[in-house]
Design a protein around this ligand. Structure first.
Ligand SMILES: [Zn+2]
Length: 191
């Protein structure tokens, strides 16, 4: 990646998010991506993307590529390793030439295997009721509502407490960020 391309990427991230979505569509139809002169691009899937949350990642990425001369994919992994907060806000898709990879933030208590837990139990309405257990044998996370009265109607238990199961997503690799959090790297297109 040239300096020009790196700077173009940084600027695009801030001002041309829509065009990045256009690039996102081009990669699947095998035209247009290289003709734009861009070999790597990032897209974010947050509904209301906040640059406050993404600027740290972009600055680290530009430093790794422009100053340290790192290759884009390795620079992105290194930057993600150092950026914890952006993952709570958005997932990230890296579009390369002939490849696309999604990076999903995961945390054992809040986003097991990258799945967001609801803030409120859909059955009893209790806020943040989840007790998360890791099933070592199957590498599966289970999140159960801790409210002993979950599923009760008129003092009678009519249903079991809500339980979510999150099986291990096959074909992924992870990037440790410390504590109980990590980034999951999921290949979307790999030629
Ligand atoms: Zn409940």
């Amino acid at each position: 990646m040239t300096l020009h391309h790196s700077l173009a990427l940084g600027l695009a991230l801030y001002s041309e998010f829509i065009s990045l979505l256009h690039i996102y569509s081009c990669i699947y139809t095998n035209y247009g991506f290289n003709s734009l002169g861009v070999s790597d691009a990032l897209a974010f899937d947050a509904k209301n993307l906040s640059t406050v949350n993404t600027i740290e990642l972009v600055m680290k990425l530009c430093k790794q590529i422009i100053i340290l001369g790192e290759e884009f994919s390795s620079a992105l992994r290194q930057s993600l390793r150092e950026c914890v907060t952006v993952g709570k806000h958005t997932n990230i898709v890296h579009l390369g030439v002939g490849s696309a990879r999604k990076y999903i933030w995961a945390h054992k208590d809040y986003q097991p295997w990258g799945n967001k837990l609801p803030l409120q139990c859909p059955q009893c309405g209790k806020l943040k009721p989840w007790v998360v257990t890791y099933m070592q044998k199957d590498k599966e996370y289970r999140a159960k509502c801790e409210n002993g009265r979950c599923g009760e109607v008129g003092g009678r238990k009519t249903r079991e407490a809500i339980l979510f199961s999150f099986p291990y997503p096959e074909g992924i690799s992870s990037i440790k960020v410390g504590g109980d959090a990590c980034w999951l790297e999921v290949p979307i297109v790999d030629q």
